[in-house]
Write a protein that binds this ligand. Structure first.
Ligand SMILES: Nc1nc2[nH]cnc2c(=O)[nH]1
Ligand SMILES: [Zn+2]
Length: 484
């Protein structure tokens, strides 16, 4: 039976298409059905033609959301790597590199979440922060605790965000107060967590193959897992090819060295995960700052994706990932806020740092900006179109959810943002100076495409939560400044 259209959005659309291009089209009409999927999109529908177009589509009585001047609609952001229980540590401990930072700040904070009262108190505001920043799909690491991860999953589900949530597996090289007692308990807790997440209702899609919350198998990183644990995780993921996998890889030189010591039989870091069947097309590999050439080939061959976490890589002095090179090699790339290695849950901040990281790579290669022979992306600053792609469609590919999300197209879920960069928007009242909203382009006599491009640029480089007036997941309004 046909699902009825229940809402139609009218206004400017910004939509990623390829790594180097995006649509920027005024006067689009986007129809969304009762299950939160996009039915159709028609371009260039002036105000005066809306009713006629709706009649042609057989729609007599439908809710129209008309965007105002200075607003545009775009796909929601996809954060491919972050740690929900580290949000209380935002901005803390950046004088240390990874392994010391974990020991001194991160493990002590995560251990607090054993207390379910603490988890119930903290997680709602944590998840709301990610939603307010426009993240419609978020890949969360939880803690090692089964019950508090269930709390996190329940809260994410009830707030309506799409998410992948993982219970950490970690049974060695962790402090005694924050370590799993055995590989077998790690596995049984993981199985119970997966069953719990699978038992949550699918959400507005009403379709079990398009749920809101997915479980993701989460060996914290090779250092914190025994061979026995990795081997049991191999059996677990082998039994269900749909299960997502997330882990960290080659983030910091000392971490890489220690990993090699622990796995002397493996050729390299990526080889550790590969030898346990953990590299596949729904594997998300966070950081990947220090991959060797053969590791890049292996990641590409297995169709695994990389979550680029530039803010965290700067803060913990992990290094600068050669993302342009990975893109030229055809590796799937998304962006990760990696809170609290990253100091912000915002994907806008992550996009800015991805831009700066690519600029650092370009300047190291070519300090005087001389004309050069370079790859399409290798050693170059990433352009705006690429930043947009990585934060949306690229993220969807990394999560192996690109058939459903990442761009606004008929048949996909309506996971979208209404962005407001006008200075008259009621959404910005009382919020102080917001640089993204402070410049009028009216006097510049620009084409509509150019105006939209400037609006997007300003949003990406100067915007924040105040410019996000609506956040929709699967057609449902779940956040933004217009949300009560
Ligand atoms: N950035 C980061 N890297 C890790 N490697 C293992 N655990 C972590 C973590 O919590 N954050
Ligand atoms: Zn991380």
């Amino acid at each position: 039976m046909l699902t009825p259209t229940v809402a139609v959005y009218h206004g400017s659309l910004i939509n990623p298409t390829t790594l180097t291009s995006y649509e920027a089209i005024p006067n689009c009409l986007i129809a969304v059905n009762a299950h939160g999927n996009i039915d159709w999109i028609v371009h260039d529908v002036k105000d005066s033609s809306i009713q006629e177009t709706l009649l042609q589509k057989g729609l007599l009585d439908v809710n129209i959301v008309a965007l105002q001047e200075g607003q545009f609609i775009m796909p929601g952001f996809i954060d491919t790597h972050t740690h929900a229980p580290q949000v209380p540590n935002l901005g803390t401990g950046y004088q240390y590199e990874l392994l010391e930072w974990l020991e001194k700040f991160t493990f002590p904070m995560e251990a607090n979440f054993q207390d379910l009262d603490f988890a119930n108190q903290m997680y709602p505001s944590i998840v709301k922060k990610f939603i307010a920043s426009g993240t419609t799909t978020c890949c969360y690491y939880g803690t090692l605790h089964l019950e508090s991860n269930k709390v996190l999953a329940g809260i994410v589900h009830s707030l309506g965000q799409r998410a992948l949530i993982g219970k950490c597996n970690m049974d060695r090289n962790c402090p005694s107060y924050y370590i799993e007692p055995s590989s077998s308990s790690s596995i049984s807790d993981t199985q119970e967590f997966i069953s719990f997440v699978h038992s949550l209702p699918p959400g507005p899609s009403n379709n079990p193959s398009n749920p809101l919350v997915y479980p993701v198998v989460t060996p914290r990183f090779a250092i914190s897992c025994t061979n026995q644990l990795l081997s049991s995780l191999q059996n677990l993921v082998h039994s269900d090819p749909r299960l997502h996998i997330q882990t960290h890889i080659a983030e910091n030189p000392k971490e890489v060295e220690f990993t090699k010591e622990l796995y002397p039989d493996c050729e390299h870091y990526a080889g550790v995960y590969d030898s346990y069947g953990l590299l596949r097309k729904n594997t998300i590999l966070a950081h990947a700052v220090w991959l060797g050439e053969r590791e890049i080939d292996l990641v590409k061959e297995r169709e695994a994706g990389i979550s680029h976490c530039p803010t965290s890589n700067f803060n913990l002095r992990s290094g600068v990932a050669p993302i342009g090179k990975y893109l030229d090699r055809g590796v799937k790339i998304g962006l990760g806020s990696d809170v609290s290695g990253g100091f912000s849950p915002s994907m806008l901040v992550t996009m800015r740092n991805a831009s700066i990281a690519s600029t650092v790579v370009a300047l190291q290669y070519n300090p005087t900006n001389a004309p050069i022979e370079a790859g399409r992306f290798t050693n170059r600053q990433l352009p705006l179109a690429t930043l947009l792609y990585l934060a949306t469609k690229g993220g969807a590919e990394v999560c192996a959810l690109d058939k459903q999300i990442g761009s606004l197209e008929p048949g996909k879920s309506f996971d979208a943002l209404i962005v407001d960069v006008s200075n008259s928007g009621s959404t910005l009242k009382g919020s102080g100076i917001n640089p993204a909203a402070s410049i009028s382009t009216a006097a510049l006599n620009l084409s509509s495409r150019d105006i939209l491009e400037r609006m997007l640029e300003r949003f990406v480089f100067c915007g924040d939560d105040r410019n996000i007036s609506a956040v929709y997941v699967q057609g449902k309004l779940i956040g933004g400044t217009s949300y009560a």
